[in-house]
Each structure stands twice: as C-alpha cells, then as structure tokens.
Design a protein around this ligand. Sequence first.
Ligand code: PRP
Length: 213
Amino acid sequence: MPVAVHIVEHPLIADSLTRVRDRDTPNALFRQELERIGTLLIAEATRDLPTHEVEVQTPLTATTGRALSSQPVVVPVLRAGLGFVHAAQELLPSADVGFIGVSRDEETFQPKPYVNKLPEALAGRQVIVLDPMLATGGSLAHTCKLLVERGATGTIIVVCVLAAPEGIQLLIEAGLDLAIYTASVDERLNETAFIVPGLGDAGDRQFGSPASS
Ligand code: PRP
C-alpha cells in the first residue's frame, strides 16, 4: 500500500494528547507533552528498522546482540517539527538530521518553502519526517518531493500527532510511498484548513506567533 496509516494506540499517548489538545495547557507543558508523544510514536515508527547480529562481551561472557544496520535520516519540518527532534535524537543518537522549512500560506493554504538543509545523498537510507500536523498535506507533499529529489527511495516514514483525512487523501493522490504514524486521524479540516478538533497551531503553541512575512 503506497500510503499506510498507523494510528498508534497507547494509554500514555492518549493521556498526553488530551493535554496538547487542551487550549488551557501552557506552552511549556505543551512542549513536554508533544515530546512525550513524539518519543512513543517514533519508537513505534522504527519498529521494523533492519538490525544485524553482533557479538558483545558482557562483564561475564561473550554473547550476541543486535545492532541497527544503518542510521536513519531524521527530517523535522520547521517550525513545529522541531518539537520532535530531541525525542528522535534520544532514540536515534547517531542519526543525521536534515531540515526543511515550509510555512503554509494562510490564505491560499499552499506551502511556501524557506529552508532546505538535507544530507548530501539519501539513497538507501531510511528517512523519517517529523511534523506534528498533517492538515492539507501540502507541506508534507512538498517535503517528500525534496527528499525524493535528494535520492530518497522506498517508504518514507512520517511521524505526526494529528492527521486530517483530507491531507492523507492528497498524499495518496500524489502517489507517495509513505508509512504515517499518528496519534489520531481527526474529523476534518475547517474553512481555514485547521484540523478539527485538532490542537490549534503546533508551531505557535511551542514557539509563539511569528510576524507574517
Ligand atoms: C503547520 C504544521 C505543518 C503544516 C501542516 O505549519 O506545523 O507543518 O502547517 O499544514 P498542511 O498539511 O496544510 O501543509 P505552519 O505552516 O503553521 O508553520 P509553523 O510550523 O512554523 O507554525
């Protein structure tokens, strides 16, 4: 299946999700809860990373263990995706991190790119995109296009807190090969393309509102 959607059901995710949805949650707590969700989603999203057998010497004897066969490339989509970077680096300390900056034009809802800092070559490497919100899907489609241009092959893993059905549909129609790990597929987008019931603006709730450009 070109776009597989995995809704990760876990009581700790559900508990944190309630707090990130709550409009009265202060930004500091919002960031903490978002990161906790990120940790749990990334753990699930990386469940099938390939490993190989290695030998290890314990204080008592030699035995075998397993090690990751290659290091993924983690790509947060600025700004909101920054909220998952610490969680990703805790779990994947040797992963490279690339950065894509896209802001959504709030009148046309089209993605406006402003940063592209990716590793030189992505061929053969597992790419994991971090973006808490999948709304129209425009930002993610743009990001994946840049990743493919840089050589990414195979299934791109996407980690998001919330996804809208409209965004998932756009990605399917774009013919992308994705495995999306999310805490929830919400009901719909509203007339300003915000996810409903949603959590508001994940960038603003972490970092405050930027001046419009
Ligand atoms: C939000 C969100 C996603 C994007 C989703 O970012 O963090 O990146 O919009 O919308 P889409 O699926 O319709 O493209 P925003 O443009 O508000 O920037 P920010 O992260 O800097 O707040």
